[in-house]
Ligand binder design. Structure first.
Ligand SMILES: Nc1ncnc2c1ncn2[C@@H]1O[C@H](COP(=O)(O)OP(=O)(O)OP(=O)(O)O)[C@@H](O)[C@H]1O
Length: 236
């Protein structure tokens, strides 16, 4: 039996006459971490929005199956400023255990003790950590993330990447991470999909064991392969 977490078949999305997604077909397995890379305008965010069911206009004879339990992380945290951190994390949850889980999730992202803080008193990195806690407390089978660390400084970004990887290894959702950053994709993902003009032009398993390190042969070879596929040749 096929128990894929995500099934996409023949998915197209047009804006006017232009097909931004063009008959995409792929599956994502339970617990698989997929990075979606591609040039600006290649359709990554459009695909993520379709998977998140935020776009009802994907159509034609296309078909998408995603689990009901999915969470979405964006580049900005989208915390509600009039709720404190804890209440942002528990928002919409009604089960008896939600408060406990939220406190645990906040501790696991390093925000234990900050439950009563207001979002605008947190740094950008802290806000993203709260957003990550809010996503994971729902125990999603699918985590969709669109450049979640894109607005963070380099050091915070590294910390967030390792936090995300640790948490994902514990909770094991399937993940789709849209990123511009080939190295981020290679540090985190089991599989990289490369989009070009609405098509998936490369579907690459990344078999390097964790913890992964830049400047190791296997890592650098894959980075060069992906950069070449993106049409980037490195500066000498
Ligand atoms: N609502 C819309 N109306 C018209 N065109 C759109 C709309 N949303 C996206 N597009 C177009 O679809 C194409 C793909 O956009 P998308 O945001 O998916 O690209 P992307 O790969 O995520 O790009 P980036 O890396 O720059 O974020 C772009 O050319 C964009 O202009």
């Amino acid at each position: 039996m096929n128990n894929a977490t995500v099934k996409v078949e023949n998915l197209s999305r047009r804006f006017g006459t232009r097909a931004v997604l063009d008959r995409l077909t792929f599956e994502i397995q339970p617990g698989e971490f997929v990075a979606l890379i591609g040039k600006s305008g290649s359709g990554k965010s459009t695909l993520l929005r379709a998977l998140a069911r935020l776009d009802s206009d994907v159509a034609g004879d296309g078909h998408i199956e995603v689990p009901a339990s999915l969470s979405v992380l964006f580049q900005d945290s989208r915390l509600l400023p009039w709720h404190n951190v804890l209440s942002n994390v528990t928002l919409g949850l009604h089960d008896a255990d939600a408060l406990n889980r939220a406190r645990q999730a906040l501790t696991s992202v390093g925000l234990g003790g900050r439950e009563d803080a207001w979002p605008n008193s947190l740094s950008g990195g802290e806000q993203q950590r709260a957003a990550l806690a809010r996503s994971l407390v729902r125990r999603p089978r699918l985590l969709l993330a669109d450049e979640p660390f894109g607005a963070l400084d380099a050091l915070t970004r590294l910390r967030m990447q390792s936090l995300l990887l640790n948490l994902v290894q514990i909770h094991r959702p399937a993940v789709v991470l849209v990123t511009h950053d080939v190295e981020e994709a290679l540090l985190l993902a089991d599989r990289v999909l490369l989009m070009d003009d609405g098509h998936i032009t490369l579907d690459r398993q990344i078999a390097i064991t964790h913890p992964r390190r830049k400047n190791r042969q296997a890592f650098d070879d894959l980075r060069d392969e992906l950069l070449a596929a993106l049409g980037v040749t490195e500066l000498a």
